[in-house]
Design a protein around this ligand. Structure first.
Ligand SMILES: [Fe+2]
Length: 194
C-alpha cells in the first residue's frame, strides 16, 4: 500500500512564534501523517479478514477524516508560513477579496474574528469558483464543517497546541497576529491561481 510522506517546510525564524512552539507543532503534524498511514493499513487489514467485523471497519473509517485532515490542514498551514506577512496589493487574490468584502481589511477582520470563536479547530478561507465567492469557514477539530469540493486558500490553526508555548488561551488574538505577520502571501496567492 502506498504511504503518505511527511513534508518538509522552510520555516526560518518566525516572528512571535518560538522555535520550540514550531518544533512541537511539527511533531504533532508528523503524528497525523503516521496515524493516517496506520489507519489506512488497519482498514485494509480489517477488510481482508475472512469474516470482517463491520463495526470495527466502520469505526476505523470514521477516524480517517480526523487523521487525514489533521495531516493535510497542517501542510496548508506550515506551507503558508515563513514570509514577511505582506500581501501584494496588485495580486488577483487581493483584488478579488477587495471586490467581495469592500476592502482587504474588512475580510481580514472577519477572518480574525472567526479565529477567536470558542472551541478548537481551524479557520479556512475557501474560494468557490462557480460563484466566484470566498467563504471564511469555521472547522471543528479537523473535519467538521468543510465545504465540499472547494479549494483551500488559507488555513489557520486555532487549536491551543498551535500557540500555547508562546501565548495563553486568553491571548489567542496575539497568536493570530503573529500568524498573519509570518504569512507568505506569494504561496497563498498561488493557491487561488491553481
Ligand atoms: Fe495544529
Amino acid at each position: 500500500m502506498q504511504k503518505y510522506e511527511e513534508k518538509k517546510f522552510s520555516l526560518p525564524n518566525l516572528k512571535g512564534l518560538s522555535d520550540k512552539q514550531t518544533s512541537e507543532h511539527l511533531k504533532l503534524y508528523s503524528g497525523y501523517v503516521k496515524n493516517t498511514n496506520g489507519l489506512l493499513e488497519k482498514i485494509e487489514a480489517a477488510q481482508k479478514l475472512s469474516a470482517p467485523d463491520s463495526y470495527q471497519v466502520a469505526e476505523l473509517r470514521r477516524r480517517l477524516g480526523f487523521e487525514f485532515n489533521g495531516m493535510r490542514l497542517h501542510e496548508y498551514y506550515f506551507e503558508s508560513l515563513g514570509g514577511d506577512g505582506m500581501a501584494n496589493i496588485n495580486s488577483n487574490l487581493y483584488t478579488a477579496i477587495q471586490t467581495q468584502y469592500g476592502s482587504f481589511d474588512l475580510w481580514l477582520n472577519e477572518f480574525k474574528a472567526a479565529g477567536v470563536m470558542r472551541g478548537i479547530g481551524w479557520v479556512i478561507l475557501y474560494y468557490d469558483q462557480s460563484s466566484k465567492m470566498f467563504h471564511n469557514t469555521w472547522i471543528t477539530d479537523h473535519e467538521v464543517g468543510h465545504l465540499a469540493g472547494l479549494p483551500i486558500i488559507l488555513a489557520m490553526d486555532v487549536w491551543e497546541h498551535a500557540y500555547l508555548l508562546d501565548y495563553l488561551p486568553s491571548q489567542r488574538k496575539d497568536y493570530i497576529e503573529a500568524f498573519f505577520n509570518n504569512l507568505n502571501w506569494q504561496t497563498i496567492e498561488t493557491r487561488l491561481s491553481q
